[in-house]
Design a protein around this ligand. Structure first.
Ligand code: GLY
Ligand code: MN
Ligand code: MN
Length: 436
């Protein structure tokens, strides 16, 4: 992998020319008092270095004569390592991670200016840590002050997003391999969940069995808090309490994915807990399934990203009219977003190092994002007949027989040169497959 990290840095450096880019590792996050969460590196930092320790800064200075890639890291510290584990240290930052030069993080202020004073601009993403933002701004201001003396130095700070995100959006073979593994593990977990879900069991039992599989298969754990939502809980999009006893006659919505080697899968399935759909559940399920099928069919190079969502919205709106849940002319209902009380989220997001991965969905008003080979997106339409929803005045009162049903079906789809590949096709979703 080190060769690939280097190649990514070269690609980024080619784009920033005579600028200098600064990336900071993710901070440790506190769970409570002095107990911390398991460390997870910042995705940009990891993408460019593969380095997974906190308190590190990476500098890319393509114009520098000797040090084009510099790492600031925590130094080796025997005593500290006894408590919190192995530290790579300054020497290995060069040997293992390929830095041209490496320093202890405590020397950042002293050493950073030499990599900035000849740069035309600084590439830096203003992050959540105000103190670190200030630290970078202080360097910038100081270089601006001394600019007349040198006649060189940065005269702008530019976000790293536009240069980096377009790279992260297209997955390499190596990335795809990790994605496939994240998918394979989650696929096994979803299949097992469908096998063991039964009336009387608790949502958390299913969650626990799935997350056990995530770990025993070598995954890092859940890609996001697992959603195991029975009955009306499925109408809460981010329901994560997972503490209810499941009942016969209800649906179970499971939205759970696995993180593997920093890459994520994101899968949702909805199926009858007792084995058979009620007629109402089945009618709504078939609408969502058809919406998903038609939306996935639009995933191919050259199609606008937005077409995937628009396709799902049309099928869902038509289905709701057919069932009498919505009333009116299809185009008008879509234009006025009358489907929104029942389908309130978007159909797709990019997927990769982040579950909601980086990359734009639109390049401005009239310039759509066009699908390209190597992109991975979710396709996840749903229908949620939320109790006590406020409806538009021209719409009928929802018949109680639909109320409380929540359905989502989510797959991870790779754009290929000739169309697409549904990476998550190993999890059943056909009506006859999810019934038992
Ligand atoms: N589970 C997060 C999502 O589906 O976007
Ligand atoms: Mn998703
Ligand atoms: Mn999901």
């Amino acid at each position: 992998m080190q060769a690939e990290y280097r190649q990514r840095r070269e690609q980024l450096m080619a784009k920033i020319g005579d600028g200098t880019a600064i990336f900071r590792s993710a901070p440790m996050a506190v769970m409570h008092n002095d107990v911390e969460y398991v460390y997870r590196q910042d995705s940009d930092f990891f993408y460019l270095t593969g380095f997974n320790e906190p308190q590190a800064v990476a500098v890319l200075a393509p114009h520098h004569s000797e040090h084009r890639f510099v790492l600031f890291v925590q130094p080796k510290d025997r005593e500290k390592e006894v408590w919190t584990g192995y530290l790579c240290g300054v020497d290995a930052a060069k040997e293992i991670y390929g830095a041209d030069e490496a320093y202890p993080i405590s020397e950042l202020d002293e050493k950073l200016p030499q990599y900035l004073e000849k740069a035309s601009r600084i590439y830096y993403h203003l992050g959540r840590d105000r103190n670190f933002n200030d630290q970078i701004l202080k360097h910038y201001q100081s270089l601006l002050r001394t600019y007349p003396k040198r006649g060189t130095g940065p005269i702008a700070i530019e976000d790293t997003g536009p240069v980096l995100n377009s790279m992260r959006l297209i997955k390499s073979e190596a990335e795809l391999g990790l994605m496939r593994q994240a998918v394979a593990i989650a696929t096994e977990a979803h299949n097992y969940a469908q096998e063991i879900a039964a009336p009387g069991r608790y949502e958390y039992e299913i969650q626990a069995e799935m997350e056990r599989i995530f770990r025993v298969r070598g995954g890092m754990g859940p890609a996001y808090p697992s959603i195991v939502a029975s009955g009306v809980n499925a109408c809460v999009l981010h329901y994560i309490e997972n503490n209810r006893q499941m009942q016969n006659g209800e649906l179970l919505l499971i939205d759970a994915g696995c993180a593997y080697g920093y890459y994520n899968s994101d899968i949702t399935r909805t199926f009858p807990i007792g084995g058979k759909f009620t007629p109402e559940q089945k009618m709504l399920y078939e609408i969502v399934l058809e919406a998903q099928k038609q939306a996935i069919a639009q995933v191919k190079p050259g199609n606008p990203f937005k077409l995937v969502h628009d396709t799902a919205v049309r099928v869902i709106t038509e289905g709701l009219v057919e069932l009498g849940i919505l009333k009116g002319e299809i185009d008008k209902l879509i234009e006025e977003e009358k489907y929104k009380p029942y389908y309130m989220h978007r159909t797709s997001h990019w997927l990769g190092l982040d579950v909601h991965d980086v990359g734009v969905y639109q390049h401005g008003q009239d310039k759509p994002q066009i699908l390209q080979p190597g992109q991975i997106l979710t396709v996840e339409p749903g229908l949620y007949i939320v109790p006590d929803t406020k409806l538009a005045e021209d719409q009928p009162e929802t018949d109680p027989r639909w109320v409380g049903i929540g359905i989502r079906i989510e797959d991870d789809v790779l754009v290929t040169p000739d169309g697409h590949e549904v990476l998550t096709a190993g999890v059943p979703k056909a009506v006859n497959e999810v019934e038992r």
